[in-house]
Ligand binder design. Structure first.
Ligand SMILES: *Cc1c(COP(=O)(O)O)cnc(C)c1O
Length: 433
C-alpha cells in the first residue's frame, strides 16, 4: 500500500516510510492510497468472531500488503490483550469502554500497535536506534511510554510541563525506566510541543538521530483505532440492535473519530457520527459555518480534548473531497461547557450508577440530546474516571475506586530530567546522546 500526503506536494511513501517519518515532507498527513471494503460475509458473521479476530481482518485490509500475515497477527493479538466491552447505560445508549488497557485510556490501542509495528520495521531493516519524541499534557505520554516499554531499538522521550500534569498521570510515565526517559520542562504544554516540532525541523539533529513522533498524525497509531468500531458493531448486532447505529466520539485532535470514518468507508454499517467537543469547539463551528478557524485552546475539565487546531482535520477534509456538505451529512457536532459536563456526569451517576469520565460525559450527552427514534447510540468512553480522580470525586461527592493497575503506578518512584524550555538546551541534550 502506498501513502499520499494530504498536501499532495510530497512523493508517495511506503508504509515503513510513513510510520518512521510520521509527517510527510510537505507537512501533510499520510493517507492510504485505497481504503479496502470488507466482504458482506464478514459483516454477516461478525458477531461470532472475537475482538482479536475482527481486528485482524481490519488490520489485514490496512497493512496486509506490507506486513507478513503471522507478524501482523502477532502484533494485533499482542495489542488487544484486553477487552473493550459494550455496556448499557440508559435507554438506547451504550458505553464502549476503551479503558481496560495498561494506562486505562483508548490511546493504549494505537500506542501499543505503533510500537510493535515500528519494532518490526527496525528489526527487518536493521535500522539504527529510533528516537520517539512525544509532548504530552497527560494521557498521550503514558499510553505511548507504556506501549513502547521494552521494545528493542526504540527510545522514547516524553516531554511534559512541570507541575501541570496530575500525580497519577506523571507516575504513569516517569516510573517506567528502561527505554523511557521523561523530560520535565519548565514551561507549558505548548512549550513542550514547540520543542518537539523544532527538533523535527532541525537539520543538524536529524543528521545525528533518527527522530519520529507518536501522536495521532502517525498512521500506525491512528488506523488501529478503527478496530473497536467494528467490535462495537459486532456486540450491538449480537443484541439485535445494530440496524441504526450512531457513534458519538469525544473529540480533540480527531484521530479517534477519523478512524471510525475509515471504518464506515470499509463497509461498516454506521448510520452517522457525532463529534462531541468541549468548549474548544473549532470543529463544531466549522460544521455550522463551513469556516475552519483554529484558535488557542482553552483549559477545561475534559482536558485531553483541549485542542485549538485539530491535527486530523486535514484527514477529514481529504476523506470527503473538501466538501462541507458531504462532511455535514456524515457528522454532526456538539459543544459543552464544564458546567454541562459536570451536570451530566453527576446526573448519570445518580440515576444509573454508571460513572462517566469528563470526556465520556460529552459523548453521552450528545446521544442523550440527539438520538432519534429507532436509533441506537454508542459513545466511546475514552478513559477510566479514576484518571481524573479529584475532578470526578468533586462532582459526585463520593469516592472513586482506583483500579489496581493505577495503584501499581502510584507505588513506583518518579525519575525525570529537569530542563528549561529553551530549544538550545534540548538540542544539546539530544546531541549528547
Ligand atoms: C486523546 C483523548 C481524547 C481525544 O481523542 P482525539 O483522537 O484526539 O480526538 C478524548 N478523550 C481522552 C480521554 C483522550 O485521552
Amino acid at each position: 500500500m502506498k501513502y499520499y500526503s494530504t498536501n499532495k506536494q510530497a512523493a508517495m511513501a511506503s508504509l515503513q516510510e510513513a510510520v518512521v517519518k510520521g509527517l510527510a515532507s510537505d507537512k501533510g498527513l499520510f493517507m492510504p492510497e485505497t481504503i479496502k471494503t470488507l466482504p458482506n460475509e464478514f459483516f454477516e458473521n461478525i458477531e461470532t468472531l472475537s475482538f482479536q479476530e475482527i481486528a485482524y481482518r481490519v488490520a489485514d485490509a490496512f497493512f496486509g500488503e506490507d506486513v507478513p500475515a503471522d507478524t501482523l497477527k502477532e502484533i494485533v493479538y499482542d495489542t488487544l490483550s484486553f477487552d473493550t466491552p459494550l455496556v448499557p447505560v440508559a435507554g438506547n445508549i451504550y458505553s464502549l469502554e476503551l479503558f481496560h488497557g495498561p494506562t486505562l485510556a483508548f490511546k493504549d490501542v494505537g500506542g501499543r500497535f505503533m510500537a510493535r509495528l515500528l519494532g518490526y520495521f527496525i528489526r527487518k531493516e536493521g535500522l539504527k536506534n529510533v528516537n520517539v519524541l512525544v509532548a504530552t499534557s497527560g494521557d498521550t505520554g503514558s499510553a505511548v511510554a507504556n506501549g513502547f516499554l521494552g521494545v528493542e531499538g526504540i527510545h522514547v522521550y516524553v516531554l511534559y510541563p512541570k507541575g501541570k500534569v496530575s500525580e497519577i498521570q506523571e507516575k504513569q510515565f516517569t516510573t517506567l525506566g528502561q527505554n523511557i526517559t521523561s523530560l520535565e520542562i519548565d514551561g507549558t504544554f505548548d512549550d513542550c510541543q514547540a520543542l518537539v516540532k523544532s527538533a523535527f525541523m532541525d537539520e543538524e539533529l536529524n543528521k545525528h538521530l533518527l527522530l519520529t513522533s507518536a501522536n495521532s498524525i502517525n498512521v500506525a497509531r491512528f488506523l488501529p483505532q478503527a478496530f473497536y468500531y467494528f467490535y462495537a458493531y459486532a456486540q450491538l448486532k449480537k443484541l439485535g440492535k445494530a440496524d441504526k447505529m450512531v457513534i458519538s466520539v469525544p473529540s480533540g485532535n480527531f484521530g479517534n473519530i477519523t478512524a471510525g470514518l475509515f471504518g464506515k468507508q470499509m463497509g461498516l454499517p454506521i448510520s452517522r457520527f457525532i463529534a462531541a467537543n468541549n468548549k474548544n469547539d473549532i470543529f463544531y463551528q466549522y460544521l455550522q459555518t463551513g469556516k475552519y478557524n483554529p484558535r488557542p485552546s482553552i483549559a477545561t475539565i475534559a482536558n485531553a480534548m483541549d485542542v485549538g487546531d485539530p491535527s486530523n482535520f486535514a484527514r477529514v477534509l481529504d476523506l470527503y473531497g473538501h466538501s462541507h456538505s458531504a462532511i455535514s451529512a456524515e457528522i454532526t457536532g456538539t459543544t459543552y461547557s464544564d458546567e454541562q459536563i459536570r451536570e451530566t456526569l453527576q446526573s448519570v451517576y445518580q440515576e444509573t450508577h454508571y460513572l462517566l469520565d469528563p470526556h465520556g460525559a460529552c459523548g453521552y450527552r450528545a446521544l442523550k440530546e440527539g438520538l432519534k427514534d429507532g436509533e441506537v447510540g454508542v459513545f466511546l468512553e475514552t478513559a477510566h474516571p479514576a484518571k481524573f480522580l479529584e475532578t470526578v470525586e468533586g462532582i459526585i461527592h463520593d469516592k472513586v475506586t482506583i483500579p489496581v493497575k493505577l495503584q501499581e503506578f502510584m507505588k513506583g518512584e518518579k525519575k525525570s530530567l529537569e530542563m528549561s524550555k529553551d530549544f538550545a538546551d534540548f538540542k544539546s541534550y539530544l546531541l549528547s546522546l
